[in-house]
Design a protein around this ligand. Structure first.
Ligand code: SF4
Length: 466
């Protein structure tokens, strides 16, 4: 069946189909639509169109959709209304096409999704690789696990599909990137450009209450590809995408299985590629050193808060003291850190925001990202703020796609959280010591200089536009 995988057009440079928090970023950031890419590997003659990355607007898209019989659209909570209207426009042009919605939002709310518009024929819940493959193979919908669909006036929810355990059975997503995507249009502020993002594993066993994917999509069961399989893909990338300067392994937490990481380091070292990962602040120095020696460049670390009570409230499972020690060890191993923080989590006050700022300055990460706490449907955080009456009826993004606050506490308003996030970034980046350190790094290599220049320019442009 001719199948189109679609990251639909929405806000300009909206980072959605591969991002955990869909939004337009302050610095140019675009993740690969990896989930759509993986299933595209399974279906011969499929096509993946990433509208934000390819600058394709609705008019242009509608010229291209007529020939497809199956159209799979990745959606998110902030872009859902927009994506429904894209589906309705497609259906007018191509009424016979079956339109399937996928992603964490619709996995949590399949009934509401199907009720939102008749243009949506079905929802493939959670990991949808083989659910979509079976639709493309024309299997009867009543027999397809993980599928919710409309049958006359009734909505049917088939039983859940078990999570994929043998990830080695999926072909290499990088082949689809090369075939269909404009590699040089993807950016991450902490990666050398051009970069590529693939998964070496799926799922995360940790319990962070705000974190979207493990609670709604990838699950708590941690599944890993074999080292040999990942290395084979790295070799393929090196040979077929020689322009790629860095490989980002975008597992929820790459470093859960330390023994696997050690074996991986041993296997990747001779290939002399630059790679980076999402890591948890609980790694020993010996492992950090092995990672660095085998080409690891950056660790993306979720610190979230500098207040231990908040870390406990969100079930982070790592305290500030451990985070500090970890950061010292990572620096000793000469690894760079992109630290991520979230303001507005349960227990937040003006005092804890200042405490988190001081904590971040003390850690002195090479780059930071500060987000507004967002309660996505299906998460423990959502249930908590809803029950307490802290959830505001506000969209999660503004008219340009930038994150907006939708949680307000009795002593801290949504607006105060938003302002605190902006101030945090400014105060952090305009510290003389930070400017000096970054300038020094820019002189260390042309690739670093290019990355820093692009990020600084983008951030400056964002500040001027507000
Ligand atoms: S460790 Fe990271 S990926 Fe895992 S649940 Fe917590 S925030 Fe999410």
């Amino acid at each position: 069946m001719r199948t189109l995988f679609l990251n639909p057009p929405s806000f300009s440079r909206f980072d959605s189909a591969g991002a955990r928090f869909a939004a337009t970023r302050k610095t140019h950031s675009l993740w690969y639509p990896a989930w759509l890419g993986y299933v595209a590997t399974l279906i011969p003659k499929s096509k993946l169109i990433d509208c934000p990355a390819s600058n394709i607007d609705l008019r242009e898209l509608l010229k291209r959709v007529g020939k497809y019989k199956l159209i799979v659209i990745y959606t998110s909570t902030p872009s859902f209304a927009n994506d429904v209207s894209v589906a309705e426009s497609i259906k007018k042009i191509n009424p016979k096409a079956k339109i399937i919605f996928v992603g964490p939002h619709v996995s949590t709310l399949p009934e509401e999704t199907l009720k939102a518009s008749k243009a949506i024929d079905a929802v493939a819940r959670k990991e949808f690789d083989y659910t979509i493959l079976e639709i493309a193979q024309k299997k009867g919908w009543s027999k397809i696990k993980g599928l919710s669909y409309r049958q006359v006036k009734k909505i049917i929810h088939n039983p859940d599909r078990p999570l994929l355990t043998n990830l080695d059975q999926l072909p290499f997503v990088s082949k689809i990137y090369k075939r269909d995507l404009p590699i040089s249009n993807y950016h991450l502020p902490f990666c050398l450009h051009p970069y590529i993002a693939i998964y070496a594993g799926r799922g995360c066993p940790n319990l962070c209450t705000f974190c979207l994917w493990p609670q709604t999509f990838t699950g708590r069961a941690y599944r890993k590809r074999s080292v040999a399989n990942v290395i084979k893909e790295v070799v393929w990338i090196r040979k077929n995408l020689p322009e790629v300067k860095e490989i980002f392994f975008d597992d929820d937490t790459f470093t859960i299985n330390k023994q696997w990481v050690e074996q991986f380091c041993k296997a990747i070292k001779p290939l002399r590629v630059i790679w980076s990962v999402n890591a948890r602040a609980d790694l020993p120095y010996q492992l950090l050193k092995k990672m660095k020696d085998s080409g690891c460049r950056v660790l993306v670390v979720g610190y979230e808060s500098g207040d231990d009570r908040i870390l406990k409230n969100i079930k982070k499972g790592v305290a500030t003291a451990q985070m500090k020690k970890f950061t010292q060890k990572a620096k000793k191993a000469s690894l760079m850190i992109h630290g991520t923080f979230v303001l507005g989590l349960p227990g937040e006050t003006k005092k804890t925001i200042e405490k988190t700022f001081q904590f971040a300055c003390g850690l002195d990460c090479d780059m930071i990202q500060v987000s507004i706490a967002t309660a996505f449907p299906g998460t423990e955080l959502y249930r908590f703020v809803q029950k307490k009456g802290y959830l505001e009826k506000a969209p999660l993004v503004d008219e340009a796609g930038y994150q907006t606050p939708a949680i307000s506490y009795p002593n801290l308003s949504a607006e105060e959280i938003k302002k605190a996030v902006e101030k945090f970034h400014l105060k952090y980046y305009f510290r003389p010591s930070y400017i000096f350190k970054t300038a020094k790094r820019a002189f260390s290599s042309p690739s670093e200089a290019k990355r820093i220049a692009i990020s600084s320019w983008e951030f400056g442009r964002y500040l001027l536009s507000r």
